[in-house]
Design a protein around this ligand. Structure first.
Ligand code: AMP
Ligand code: TRP
Length: 333
């Protein structure tokens, strides 16, 4: 069946292995299936929910496009564009924020994590962020949304908003209720320094993540310094559950080699970490180094990247502007 795919990535710098294995790798697979129509959005409106340096933001938008292409997304087959250039996103977000309920947003765990202890000082945008995300998806009648595990709750909210809109205005299926596409294994890649925290762009220590722009030496060094435990590598799935760092590293290995956690555990059962880390570094370098080199090459050609965005914006706009007209009509404008 032909799928309409939509996903977004924030241009907040430091795209990392978690973004790649949790989301972008899946974008590439979906993009390679000719049956699918794919739209990948650089969500710059989401980025400004926390303070950004304008100059860096502009660079990060281009770098996110470069990362998509370097990872294997073909801009001829997919629409790649930035959110702020298509006005319908902000318009739809407002209308949908009048459909979404405070109680629904109050349950969002990502807001609680990102706002931290001082919620009073968080931006209003950070709070209503999932409504904008729903607008992104619903404007394109997306049927499937590939994301990492941390976005599951936001997708459920998007489904609730779509259903409430359809019910309230009695427009059966006008907004397509989307399905999340979340990988079963390795949907959450953890920090190399603490296996209980997710790998993140905003973590202070660069040693906590493999950036997609890292070179061979940086990758080898980060894996060498990655936290482990004093035991030999686990022999079974049961044993690995309590050993979060071992689980994360073996999971990364399994995902990069397109294998399963089970098989990878079997492969290294009872071996020591140093031997395993050498193998892991090798598969990481093989995968990440070409992407990193390609990102750098693409970034040197700003005109090319801007051209991709320009074409993407035009295509996205022609879809989204029709949908927002429909939404306005239904609401009574
Ligand atoms: P963001 O950088 O927050 O815009 O995330 C872009 C995509 O990467 C989303 O689909 C996230 O769910 C995914 N992602 C971010 N961090 C991780 C992680 N540590 N593990 C798995 N997926 C992740
Ligand atoms: N909120 C997502 C994240 O932080 C990014 C995002 C914005 C997104 N709009 C989207 C993902 C629409 C999927 C679909 O990772």
């Amino acid at each position: 069946m032909s799928k309409k795919i939509f996903s977004g990535v924030q241009p907040t710098g430091n795209l990392h292995l978690g973004n790649y294995l949790g989301a972008i790798k899946n974008f590439v697979t979906l993009n390679n299936d000719n049956e699918n129509k794919c739209i990948f959005c650089v969500v710059d409106l989401h980025a400004i929910t926390v303070k950004q340096n304008p100059k860096e933001l502009r660079n990060n938008i281009r770098e996110t496009v470069a990362t998509f292409i370097a990872s294997g997304i073909d801009p001829k087959k997919s629409i790649i564009f930035n959110q702020s250039s298509v006005a319908a996103h902000a318009e739809a977000a407002w209308i949908l924020s009048c459909v979404a309920r405070m109680g629904w947003l109050n349950r969002m765990t990502q807001f609680k994590e990102k706002a931290g202890k001082d919620k009073e000082k968080a931006s209003v945008g950070l709070y209503s962020y999932p409504v904008l995300m729903a607008a992104d998806i619903l404007l394109y009648d997306a049927t499937h949304v590939p994301v990492g595990d941390d976005q599951k709750q936001h997708l459920e909210l998007c489904r609730d908003i779509a259903q409430k809109f359809n019910n309230d205005f009695e427009v059966n299926n006008f907004l397509q209720v989307p399905e999340p596409l979340i990988q079963k294994e390795f949907s959450r890649i953890m920090s190399l320094k603490d296996g209980s925290k997710k790998m993140s762009k905003s973590e202070l220590s660069d040693l906590s993540r493999i950036n997609l722009t890292d070179n061979k030496d940086q990758i080898i060094n980060k894996i060498k310094k990655a936290k482990t435990d004093p035991l030999l590598l686990p022999k079974s799935l049961k044993e690995i559950d309590e050993r979060v760092e071992a689980k994360n590293l073996i999971g990364i290995y399994a995902s990069l080699t397109n294998s399963t956690l089970d098989k990878s555990i079997e492969n290294f059962a009872g071996k020591n970490f140093s031997e395993f880390k050498e193998k892991l570094s090798q598969v990481l370098v093989d995968k990440i180094e070409p992407i990193s080199a390609e990102i750098k090459k693409l970034l040197a050609d700003q005109e090319y990247l801007d051209q991709i965005l320009l074409e993407g914006v035009e295509k996205a706009n022609s879809i989204a502007s029709k949908k927002i007209e429909g939404i306005k009509e239904i609401v009574g404008f």
